[in-house]
Design a protein around this ligand. Structure first.
Ligand code: MIC
Ligand code: MG
Length: 302
């Protein structure tokens, strides 16, 4: 696939809607960068996530709503151009008033995404698995969702509402909020920081829209496996920060080894080799434009 994908954003939105309607569990890792989105596709996952926490961390910032909508839209555009999978983005609180949420929807729709989620926190927001979150009043979030629904131009663009209420107001209030958001037009719900499978079941029983399970590591939710989530009737298994944590762990270990040993030789077996990188980049496909691009050979094992 030289330079471009084979599918259109509209086609990917349609496919995402169909996959969600199938009742099958979709596995959605968070991309670390655009190239990792291609790896997510290549390893057989169903969809790609763009995490607010990862985008902020990538810029060396905490996940407290400091990134701007134009920054995340730019990253979204870079990501959607390299994968045929649907991409769902974390739009935090919508970046301001309901009016700002409306503009956010249009910018992110234009970036080729399949959908976004908005959450019911105030700014500065925080990771859903931390203490001390402050929620917007329920009616304020309803206005946020309505503004998003009004602004959307492609009816297949998925508008997901996230509620952070479980750890602030309790399970009953979280379910009540989720129902109000669906009534306001949300297509799907992200119940944040549920404590156990009984709470997953309660959400499933109360709502008949697609539900996302957030399997972030080192948080408040058990790391349920895909078979369990399928039995619970969930539609999306989200691994938002998994790739960043894996990569940063490997990078830190590698830097320490390089500093200690004065050479990277012992690290070679842990590295992606050159030929695999080139395969992922579709290097050979560029010969369709110019045969001189890929007329070299690599030594075996490199
Ligand atoms: C899903 C999430 O919103 C994200 O930005 O990826 C975070 C993940 C995390 O901080 O572990 C969240 O759950 O708030
Ligand atoms: Mg987030």
């Amino acid at each position: 696939m030289p330079l471009h994908t084979r599918t259109t954003p509209a086609g990917r939105r349609r496919a995402f809607r169909e996959q969600l309607a199938s009742g099958r569990l979709l596995r959605m890792p968070g991309a670390l960068n655009p190239l990792s989105a291609r790896l997510i596709q290549d390893t057989g996952f169903d969809a790609v996530y763009l995490s607010g926490a990862v985008l902020a961390a990538d810029l060396g910032l905490p996940d407290i709503g400091l990134t701007t909508v134009t920054e995340i839209a730019a990253r979204a555009q870079q990501t959607t151009r390299v994968t045929d999978l649907p991409v769902l983005i974390d739009a935090d609180t919508g970046f301001g008033e309901p009016l700002n949420a409306a503009r956010t929807v249009q910018l992110l729709e234009d970036a080729g995404l399949a959908g976004l989620h908005l959450e019911d926190q105030v700014n500065p927001k925080r990771c859903g698995h931390l203490d001390g979150k402050t929620l917007t009043p329920r009616e304020e979030m309803v206005r946020r969702v309505r503004a998003a629904v009004d602004a959307r131009r492609d009816p297949d663009f998925l508008l997901m509402a996230r509620t952070d209420a479980r750890s602030v107001e309790g399970l009953g209030a979280a379910i009540g909020r989720a129902k109000a958001y669906v009534d306001a037009g949300a297509d799907a719900i992200f119940p944040e920081a549920l404590a156990d499978t009984a709470e997953y079941e309660a959400f499933r029983k109360a709502l008949d829209v697609p539900l996302l399970a957030n399997l972030t590591e080192f948080g408040r939710t058990p790391l349920l496996d895909t078979a369990t989530l399928e039995d619970l009737g969930y539609n999306i298994a989200l691994y938002p920060v998994t790739l960043l944590r894996l990569a940063m762990g490997a990078v830190e270990d590698g830097l320490r080894t390089l500093a200690e040993e004065g050479t990277q030789k012992s690290l070679l077996p842990r590295m992606q080799i050159r030929s695999r990188l080139y395969e992922l980049l579709g290097y050979a496909d560029y010969s369709a434009f110019d045969s001189a691009v890929h007329d070299f050979t690599l030594p075996p094992g490199t």
